[in-house]
Design a protein around this ligand. Structure first.
Ligand code: T46
Length: 138
């Protein structure tokens, strides 16, 4: 898919005649020890989410059902990727602005994170984020 701001990582596929089984574990898709898992579901029509960056948090995002478009911005360049249920997960390193758009009504978007929730880790203002990146702290 040619992403440069983030990485699409391959998860282990253990499908057999009974159906699908996907694995995310250290060394096979997960680049960190998971300390928190959360997921978005039942997103209302026309709603977009995100609109923030993280200072330290690392995340692996998986679309378990439906589809969602993730927009990434590093302070200069913007890229977008449509996530759907497949063998790929989106690895987001810190210092990336992200927005989630075009959730399908059945979308289930799950995130593995390497730290507990901490509001102080968020930059929720786009101009502040651009200044943060220009300051070389991203
Ligand atoms: C992200 C994208 C992909 C908590 O209390 N604990 C949590 O673990 C999370 C994730 C959120 N919250 C609270 C914080 C807010 O008061 O739940 C409320 C909604 O969170 P937020 O507006 O940040 O939701 P999104 O969908 O904009 O962003 C979330 C994650 O916060 C964020 O880390 O990268 O999903």
């Amino acid at each position: 898919m040619g992403l440069s701001l983030a990485q699409l990582i391959s998860l282990e596929v253990k499908d057999d005649a009974r159906g699908g089984l996907m694995v995310a574990q250290i060394g096979a898709g997960l680049p960190f020890v998971v300390r928190r898992v959360y997921w978005l579901h039942g997103t209302k029509p026309g709603v977009a989410r995100g609109f923030h960056a993280h200072k330290k948090l690392r995340q692996v995002c998986v679309c378990l059902a439906g589809s969602v478009r993730v927009v990434l911005f590093d302070g200069q360049r913007e890229e977008s990727v449509v996530l759907k249920p497949n063998h790929e997960a989106l690895y987001l390193e810190p210092g990336l602005w992200r927005e989630m758009h075009d959730f399908s009504p059945d979308c289930i978007f799950m995130v593995f994170a390497d730290a507990e929730y901490d509001e102080a880790d968020y930059i929720r203002d786009r101009q502040e984020f651009i200044r943060y990146r220009q300051g070389g702290q991203g």
